[in-house]
Design a protein around this ligand. Structure first.
Ligand code: F6P
Length: 522
C-alpha cells in the first residue's frame, strides 16, 4: 500500500497543536512535576527498559494531540507497509526490510512476490559457521596460523554500525582484535597497517555497491600490502566481502564462497543486522550477535503492535517533533552514561541525519516546515565537563536523551553509584534549575549583599530544559539491539509525520561527483 501523502501542517491535529502550543508554550517543567502521578503517567516500562519522559514541556493534552496527528497522517498503515515489504523507499523503488533480518517468526515476508526469509536464514547460518571457524582458530591463514586480527573495510553504514556495536559490546569481546578502516585519508589505513601481521589478519570488505571510493581505495591498499608477503592464491584465506555487487567483488579477486550477501531491500545505515554485521559476530561470537538481533526484534514487535500513547519509539518521535516544529529547537543531544556507548552519537548522526535531512516532501515539493533534527552528543560524565554549560545556561533549547544502565558490567558499584547520581542530577538540574532565592540563600554566608547581588544572575539556572531518561537494567547485546531499533523506528515515525522519504540519500551524491571530476582533471 502506498504511503499517505499529506502535508502535516494542513491537518486538523496540527492546527489544534498550534493553538495548544500558544496556550502552553511558557509552561514550566517544575510546575508540571508537582502534578500527582506525573512520573507514572509520563513513563513507559517495557521489560528491562524504562523510558521516563515526564521532564518535558508537555501535558496529557499535548500527547493526545500528537498521537492524533500520528493517526491522521496514517502512521499505523505506514508501519504495516514497512513490516510487510511494501516499496516504501519510493525514490529508489525498494522495500525497506531491516526488520525482516531480525524476525524469528515463520510468517513469510514477500518482496516482489518472493519470501525473503529463507535467504536471511541461509545468510545467518553462513555468518555463524564462518565466525565459529575463525574464532575457534580452525580457519588458518596462508602460513597455517590462526587469525588474530579482523579489519573491517567500509564507510558510512558499512562502518558506523559494526564499529559502534563492537565498541559498545567490548565487555563481551573474544580474543580477536578488530580494526575499522573507513577514511580515504591514507593516514587512517597506514596507522592500522602498523598493527597488522599479514599471516594472521582477516580483511572484511563491506560495501553494498562495491564502488564506494573510500572502501575500494582502502581495500586495494590493504590487498597490495598483503601481497608484499603473500601471493594472489592466498587471498581466499584472508579476504571476504559483504556486498550485493557480485561482479565487482569477483573482479577484486575474492572467492565466491567468501562473499556474504547484501540486498537491495536493506539500506546502508540500517544494515548492521545483515551480513554487514559480520565483524560484530566475529568480535563477540555468533550467540551474542543473535542476541543483539533478538533485542531489536523485541522492539520491532512493540513498535508494530503497541498503541501510540504507550509506544516508546512513537512517543519519543512525537516529543521530538513537538520541540522541532513548535518550539523550533535546532538540535537534540544524545547523552549515554556509559563509556561503552561513546560511538553511539556518531552512529545516530548518520542514521538520523542521512534519513531525515530532506527538504522535499513526498510530492516532490519543497517543505515549508522544519524536518530532520541535528543530533549530537557524547558520554556522561565527560560531557558535563565539556559542552553541558551551554545546555544548562545557554540561549538554545536542546532536548536531550539520557541513556543509562541500572547495573554496571564490572560491578565497581562505587563508580556506578556516582555515575548514576550524575545521570539523575543532570536531568534534575536541567528541568528544575536553581532560582534567585535559592542562589541568594546559598550565597548569604559567603559575602556582603552587594557582592551577592553582583554574582546572583550568573549563578541562576532557569531550568525548564527538557530531557528523556532511557534506562535499561544492564548493557547486554540484547538491550543494545533494543536501543538501536528504538532509534530506527523513531526515524521512520518522524519521516512519516514530516511527509518525507527517509530511506534515500541523494544529498550525498553531488560532493562525490565533484570530487571525482576534480580527480580526473588532476
Ligand atoms: O555516502 C552515503 C552512503 O551511500 C551510505 O548511505 C552508505 O552507508 C555508505 O555510503 C556506504 O555505501 P556502500 O556500502 O555501498 O559502500
Amino acid at each position: 500500500m502506498a504511503l499517505k501523502n499529506s502535508n502535516p501542517t494542513t491537518t486538523q491535529s496540527w492546527k489544534e497543536l498550534t493553538n495548544h502550543f500558544k496556550d502552553i508554550q511558557n509552561i514550566n517543567i517544575k510546575d508540571l512535576s508537582k502534578e500527582e502521578h506525573r512520573k507514572e503517567d509520563f513513563s513507559i516500562e517495557f521489560g528491562d527498559l524504562l523510558v521516563d519522559f515526564s521532564k518535558n514541556r508537555i501535558t496529557k493534552k499535548t500527547i493526545h494531540l500528537l498521537v492524533e496527528l500520528a493517526k491522521e497522517v496514517g502512521l499505523k498503515e505506514a508501519i504495516e507497509s514497512q513490516f510487510t515489504g511494501d516499496k516504501i523507499n519510493v525514490t529508489e523503488d525498494r522495500a525497506v526490510m531491516h526488520t525482516a533480518l531480525r524476525s524469528t517468526s515463520d510468517v513469510p515476508v514477500l518482496v516482489e512476490g518472493k519470501n525473503i526469509k529463507p535467504q536471511i536464514q541461509t545468510a545467518l547460518r553462513k555468518i555463524k559457521s564462518f565466525s565459529n571457524k575463525v574464532i575457534s582458530g580452525k580457519w588458518k591463514g596462508y602460513t597455517g596460523k590462526s587469525i588474530t586480527d579482523i579489519v573491517n573495510i567500509g564507510i558510512g553504514g558499512s562502518d558506523l554500525g559494526p564499529d559502534m556495536i563492537v565498541e559498545s559490546l567490548q565487555f563481551y569481546k573474544n580474543q580477536l582484535t578488530t580494526h575499522f578502516v573507513s577514511n580515504i585519508d591514507g593516514d587512517h589505513v597506514s596507522e592500522i597497517i602498523k598493527k597488522l601481521n599479514p599471516e594472521t589478519t582477516l580483511f572484511v570488505i563491506v560495501s553494498k555497491t562495491f564502488t564506494t571510493q573510500e572502501t575500494i581505495t582502502n581495500a586495494e591498499t590493504l590487498k597490495n600490502w598483503f601481497l608484499k608477503s603473500a601471493t594472489i592464491f592466498d587471498i581466499p584465506k584472508h579476504f571476504v566481502a559483504v556486498s550485493s555487487n557480485l561482479q565487482a567483488v569477483d573482479n577484486f579477486g575474492i572467492d565466491k564462497s567468501n562473499v556474504f550477501p547484501m540486498w537491495d531491500w536493506v539500506g546502508g545505515r540500517f544494515s548492521l543486522w545483515s551480513a554487514v554485521g559480520l565483524s560484530i559476530s566475529l568480535s563477540v561470537g555468533f550467540n551474542n550477535y543473535k542476541a543483539l538481533l533478538e533485542g531489536a526484534e523485541e522492539m520491532d514487535i512493540h513498535y508494530r503492535n503497541e498503541d501510540f500513547d504507550k509506544n516508546i519509539p512513537v512517543i519519543l518521535a512525537l516529543i521530538s517533533i513537538w520541540y522541532n516544529n513548535f518550539y523550533l529547537a535546532e538540535t537534540e543531544a544524545v547523552l549515554p552514561y556509559s563509556q561503552y556507548l561513546k560511538k553511539l552519537p556518531d552512529y545516530l548522526q548518520q542514521a538520523i541525519m542521512e534519513s531525515n535531512g530532506k527538504g522535499v516532501d513526498r510530492n516532490g515539493d519543497k517543505v515549508d516546515y522544519q524536518t530532520g533534527t541535528i543530533v549530537w552528543g557524547s558520554t556522561g560524565t565527560n560531557m558535563q565537563h565539556a559542552f553541558m554549560q551551554l545546555v544548562h545556561q545557554g540561549t538554545k533549547l536542546i532536548p536531550a536523551d539520557f541513556i543509562g544502565y541500572k547495573q554496571s558490567l564490572y560491578g565497581l558499584t562505587d563508580h556506578h553509584k556516582k555515575l548514576m547520581a550524575n545521570y539523575y542530577g543532570q536531568m534534575e538540574a536541567l528541568a528544575f534549575g536553581k532560582s534567585k532565592e535559592e542562589v541568594h540563600l546559598e550565597l548569604k554566608f559567603s559575602g556582603d549583599e552587594a557582592k551577592i547581588n553582583q554574582l546572583l544572575p550568573f549563578k541562576v539556572f532557569e531550568g525548564n530544559r527538557p530531557s528523556n531518561a532511557i534506562l535499561f537494567d544492564k548493557l547486554t547485546p540484547r538491550s543494545l539491539g533494543k536501543l538501536v531499533a528504538l532509534y530506527e523506528h523513531k526515524i521512520y515515525t518522524q519521516g512519516i509525520l514530516w511527509n518525507i522519504y527517509s530511506f534515500d540519500q541523494f544529498g550525498v551524491e553531488l560532493g562525490k561527483e565533484l570530487a571525482k571530476n576534480l580527480l580526473n582533471k588532476q
